[in-house]
Design a binder for this molecule. Structure first.
Ligand SMILES: NC(=O)c1ccc[n+]([C@@H]2O[C@H](COP(=O)([O-])OP(=O)(O)OC[C@H]3O[C@@H](n4cnc5c(N)ncnc54)[C@H](OP(=O)(O)O)[C@@H]3O)[C@@H](O)[C@H]2O)c1
Length: 337
């Protein structure tokens, strides 16, 4: 019998390629939980064969109980930028528990690196949106692999963010040169091509015997920003440089508002919420100090067709450094403003 997979976070930048990968044939029925089934993103996704929308708030137990009915497998990407670290830990664990209660066969959790733990609990690595998911991964990894299989798909920054959050800007003194600015020093940062991310998720559901009990760390390539600028020039023919900046300089660029709290859908007076300055200080320090690791040999075995470098991705997608919308959250908030 056909299995039904419930996808949480399915309308987002990360969820869409997962849903698309699951819908490439008629093997699964895919149910996507969304707050608004008539949004453009939801409608586009809902037009794929085998994909249906389930309207409701993810962070509400009654909604989840309804959504879990007649579900065989679950993919979970909670939104830490909406709910903050504390709620992300709560809901990650609660979603695991509800899955067990509803006799789900396979629970796949979209994880992120537990930077603080990797950095020996030095506060310079404290990043709520990484640590929150990282702590949930610790909880899941401590659970048995039967009667419910679990897998963790730990990712990193999206390669597509090179057109949004990570995009280069023309050098004001020399507009023919594009500048990739980051507080990364000589660190190598992993980036993941989202289409491949979706394919790894599909592999997990297709191959539970191999993916059960596995935390898979995925990326396309770990790349220094100096090499990123070189790759850009090689592919586009346009001059580019890397500008290494301090965190203070970075927060003055206007890419993020450093004073705002991470967790836009929560009570902003919650004292556990980090500001963007606090959160992204830990974030960039984690990558700058190369705290994380991936097993590219294993990734080659699982997905031999994977895109293997940033350069290959730039060629394949016609990347030109121009701005392009990626995160649904950004689009939704821009539409409201
Ligand atoms: N940016 C990156 O490079 C990156 C990399 C790895 C992991 N992540 C993680 O991915 C998560 C965000 O997912 P995404 O990248 O797919 O973001 P996105 O494109 O902005 O999508 C946001 C998703 O969250 C859902 N959502 C549920 N309740 C929400 C609420 N109250 N407010 C806003 N959105 C809500 C949205 O569903 P509806 O609007 O349909 O309800 C949508 O599916 C974060 O936890 C982030 O840490 C991000």
């Amino acid at each position: 019998m056909k299995k039904t997979i419930l996808v949480i976070g399915g309308t987002g930048a990360q969820g869409v390629p997962v849903v698309e990968a699951l819908a490439t044939d008629s093997k699964y029925d895919i149910r996507v939980l969304t707050r608004n089934a008539s949004s453009n993103d939801a409608q586009q996704l809902g037009s794929l064969p085998g994909v249906s929308m389930f309207e409701g708030n993810t962070y509400d137990e009654n909604t989840l109980r309804q959504a879990f009915k007649n579900t065989d497998c679950v993919f979970v990407n909670t939104n830490g930028f909406a709910i903050g670290e504390k709620s992300e830990i709560y809901w990650g664990i609660r979603l695991y528990e509800l899955s067990r209660e509803h006799k789900i066969e396979h629970f796949v959790y979209a994880g992120l690196e537990y930077g603080t733990k990797l950095g020996n609990f030095n506060s310079k690595y404290r990043c709520g949106h990484l640590d929150g998911k990282g702590k949930v991964v610790q909880f899941i990894s401590a659970q048995p692999t039967s009667p419910m299989a679990w897998s963790v798909l730990t990712s990193c920054m999206y390669m597509e963010a090179l057109s949004e959050f990570l995009r280069p800007f023309p050098d004001p003194e020399n507009p023919g040169t594009m500048v990739f600015t980051a507080p990364l020093g000589g660190g190598k940062c992993p980036l993941i091509y989202l289409e491949d991310y979706g394919a790894y998720a599909r592999w997990m559901f297709d191959r539970p015997a191999q993916s059960n009990g596995l935390e898979l760390h995925v990326a396309t390539e770990d790349i220094s920003w100096k090499n990123l600028a070189h790759a850009f020039t090689e592919v586009t023919g346009q001059k580019a440089v890397y500008k290494d900046v301090t965190l203070d300089e970075y927060f003055k660029l206007g890419i993020l508002d450093p004073t705002v709290k991470v967790g836009h859908s929560t009570d902003s007076t919650d004292s556990t919420l980090l500001t963007y300055r606090e959160n992204f200080t830990g974030f960039w320090n984690t990558w700058k100090d190369n705290l994380t690791q991936r097993d590219y040999q294993l990734l080659d075995t699982i997905l031999p067709t994977r895109v293997k470098s940033v350069k290959e991705w730039m060629r394949r997608t016609g990347y030109n450094g121009k701005p392009r919308s990626l995160l649904k959250d950004y689009r939704d908030r821009a539409a409201k403003a």
